[in-house]
Design a protein around this ligand. Structure first.
Ligand code: FES
Length: 261
């Protein structure tokens, strides 16, 4: 599903993460080469790279945190993976910072201890990066889905109140969906050939976001493993999910669509 911290649909976190990976990976390599070749110029470069890497890691963490709280579906396998991804990368940054504090200055020769700490941090960074890749390429976090006739990504935060207005009859075409954030719930408003429907944005299999899936003829398909649900009554039509989804009652008044709460 579409990243919140994005620029023209491109997730900013993904744009920034090559910098800390390159800088921090380079810092360990330059330190190692500096020690092996007894070259102060090389290990001084490594010393500067570790500072640049920590700074860029913290900068990249900001859009990552925004997406963690607003984009990654709650109570899902992706949320668990995103938590481990964040912890691995944060631990790596802390280890790099410790190695830097022990070292003191870029021109100081790195010791076996500081290079060792950097190597461990690099392994953690690789693990975090691997999980980040799974989040992007398997869980499709940050992907702006545009399947045929789906229209642009629709997402709206709805205020509190009884039976709030969640949309207008003119804003969705048949088979288009809109993700609603309502009282802490994520609900999908959709238009079928027979009218408007609303259902939970959570696949009961592993918590995939149904708003990021595809819908046709009153059936929505989860983008993660393909479970299918009838959006009119929430019934499960195909697994691997083993149960249906919760639907919500709507009321149409003029061109206003209200959700019954
Ligand atoms: S999360 Fe597996 S099918 Fe939806």
């Amino acid at each position: 599903m579409r990243s919140t911290a994005s620029f023209k649909g491109h997730p900013i976190h993904v744009i920034l993460i090559p910098f800390p990976i390159a800088f921090l990976g380079g810092s360990v390599l330059f330190d190692l080469a500096g020690r092996l070749l007894e070259s102060p110029a090389l290990w001084t470069t490594g010393g500067h790279l570790v500072i640049a890497g920590i700074v860029m890691g913290l900068v990249a963490a900001v859009p990552g945190a925004i997406d963690y709280f607003t984009t990654v579906p709650p109570r899902s396998s992706a949320k668990e993976r995103a938590t481990k991804h964040a912890l691995a990368n944060l631990s790596a940054l802390i280890l790099f910072a410790i190695s830097w504090l022990i070292r003191g200055a870029p021109a100081e020769a790195p010791t076996i201890v500081t290079i060792g700490i950097g190597a461990v941090a690099l392994v953690l960074l690789a693990m975090g990066g691997w999980m980040g890749g799974t989040l992007a390429y398997r869980n499709q976090i940050g992907v702006d889905h545009r399947y045929a006739d789906a229209g642009k990504w629709n997402e709206e935060r709805i205020g509190d109140g009884p039976d709030p207005v969640v949309g207008r009859t003119s804003e969705l075409e048949v088979n288009q969906m809109k993700l609603l954030h309502l009282d802490g719930d994520r609900i999908v408003l959709a238009r079928t050939e027979e009218g408007f429907v609303a259902f939970d944005d959570r696949c009961p299999h592993r918590g995939g976001s149904l708003a990021g899936g595809s819908m046709i003829c009153g059936t929505v398909q989860c983008p993660w493993h393909g479970s299918q649900f009838d959006v009119r009554d929430g019934g499960m039509k195909a697994g691997p999910a083993e149960s249906g989804i919760r639907t919500h009652e709507l009321r149409v008044e003029g061109d206003e669509i209200r959700i019954v709460r």
